[in-house]
Design a binder for this molecule. Sequence first.
Ligand code: GLY
Ligand code: MN
Ligand code: MN
Length: 437
Amino acid sequence: MSLFQQRRIEFINKMQANSMALFPVAHETIRNNDCEYPFRQNSDFHYLTGFSEPDALLMLTNIDGVARVILFNRKKDKSAEIWHGYRLGQEEAPAKLAVDQAYGIDEFETRLESMINGIDALYYPMFQNDALDHTLKTIINKLRASKRKGAIVPNCYFDCLPILHEMRVIKSEREAELLAEAAEISASGHIRAMQACYPGMWEYQLEAEIKHQFALQGTRDVAYNSIVAGGNNACILHYTENNKQLKSGDLVLIDAGAEYQGYAGDITRTFPVNGKFTDHQAQLYQLVLDIQVSAINQVKPGVAMADINKKVVSKLVDGLLALGLLSGDSEALIADESYKDFYMHGIGHYLGLDVHDAGSYGTLDDPRVLEAGMAITIEPGLYVSNDADVDDCWKGIGIRIEDDLLVTEQGAEVLSADVPKTIDEIEALMADAKAHG
Ligand code: GLY
Ligand code: MN
Ligand code: MN
């Protein structure tokens, strides 16, 4: 049985008796005029089907103790297939995707109307998909109007996503392999960027080196828009313009990850454009690196990411006090969040089919603890922008170091360990690339 089948059964087993669940796909989105953005399947739909076409919908039913899986998808169309590519159609779908039945997506509304009549509970992604919300509103209200003629309308409505997202938090062995592959490809892109970088290069040219390497390693997809940020640009957390020239004496921060078979890599490295850290850059870099390594060493089942972050903040504040970027009492600086001028994001997030993957983190008062099988990032940073109220020698330095981890019974496996991150390793790699240029 495929992983997709197993997941569908797991979900159906969580459904009430006499119920139906609906999972829509992602929409194709116009970029301009008649050109579309590259299509990327909805992660939840992918998790349950592995089916990558647009214009589809998955229906799961649990009626009279019988589980059924029904796919609505595009019909075969010779002309559309000549212009735009292959469509699975309905005939082959049951064998290819192990569904019980496939119908044309154009039949969805009429079939849903009769199939939903008599169902007690409906699961769907609430308020997420305007088209589905609208269809359901129309059909349910039509059924309500037919109650006197014997129509039975669902009386329980559930958001299916929190249930499914909880399933996605713990990765299977196969998912761990795919995440490891995504991290390895991402790592090779970062190594290539370090080797290729030189003063005067444009940020987008460095981005091209990374994407080139991803493609050579077997994927054309990035998990998110790459950040290639020279000097002060690194202090803009989601800088994706990537259109400035890299200057000797600046650092460059690259946050880039490949997507492999739907799974995300998410790595950040920061290195000197000319291959050699200045003293001030090295001091800040070493502080972030020590904190990152210490945070990784704390990762194990039973520990909450929020608690790791508290220790990160405390170490960061001590480091900034020692270097003179902050002054005052460390407890007060933490309490009034002055450190957020330099470190304003969290320590990490779940990683999976989405780069910021699905699943609950608990609450501020009761944060969720890590479990074996979770995949997370650890990514502390320090950002001293040109506007910061500090000595000029620290300005325009943005540093983040981010690795991908799989939580194990004993601790964690670092999936992205291939990319150098100590000062000596980075300088040696860049010097070697120059020498053999
Ligand atoms: N690349 C997005 C992040 O690091 O969270
Ligand atoms: Mn990242
Ligand atoms: Mn991240």
